[in-house]
Design a protein around this ligand. Structure first.
Ligand code: SME
Length: 149
């Protein structure tokens, strides 16, 4: 996967004047079209002390996630990427789509503060590698710093 190319594509889709909604929507679409073997790609936004569902592609998903709950709430609470090769082994994993077997969740930060999390699910066990984590972290950094939250 060429994450440098994805970064370039995303930066071309970022209009300085627009807020997070169109940017995250386009990013979800870009992830969905670019990554193989995934069944969900999108965002949860930090709002009023919990996570609320943001733009995504895939099946319908739960609307709220509390801090520290599930893979998403853990990524937010710890402020670190969660690379989960087998979601069935992750304590408290929240199953939105029963087809999901592995998952990666990354904090999207502005000046260190978590504004949202990026969540990608796969039906394939061990789908996401450290290389994916590094590439997606650069995408998350671009989003976090250049988006008007
Ligand atoms: N699996 C996530 C919930 C969100 S869905 O995957 C879209 C979690 O455990 O936080």
């Amino acid at each position: 996967m060429d994450y440098r190319l994805m970064e370039k594509q995303l930066s071309l889709l970022m209009d300085e004047d627009c807020g997070f909604l169109p940017v995250l929507s386009n990013c979800a679409a870009l992830l969905w079209e670019s990554l193989e073997d995934i069944n969900w790609a999108g965002f949860y936004l930090v709002r009023d002390g919990r996570l609320v569902l943001g733009p995504f592609q895939g099946k319908v998903a739960c609307i709220h996630i509390e801090k520290g709950k599930g893979v998403c709430g853990t990524a937010w609470e710890k402020n670190e990427t969660q690379l989960v090769p087998d979601v069935h082994q992750f304590p408290g994993h929240i199953a939105c789509d029963s087809a999901s077997n592995s998952e990666i969740v990354l904090p999207v930060r502005k000046e260190g503060e978590v504004m949202a999390v990026m969540d990608i699910d796969s039906p394939v066990f061990g789908r996401f590698t450290e290389e994916d984590a590094a590439g997606l972290e650069s995408i998350a950094a671009l989003l976090g710093n250049r988006t008007v939250w």
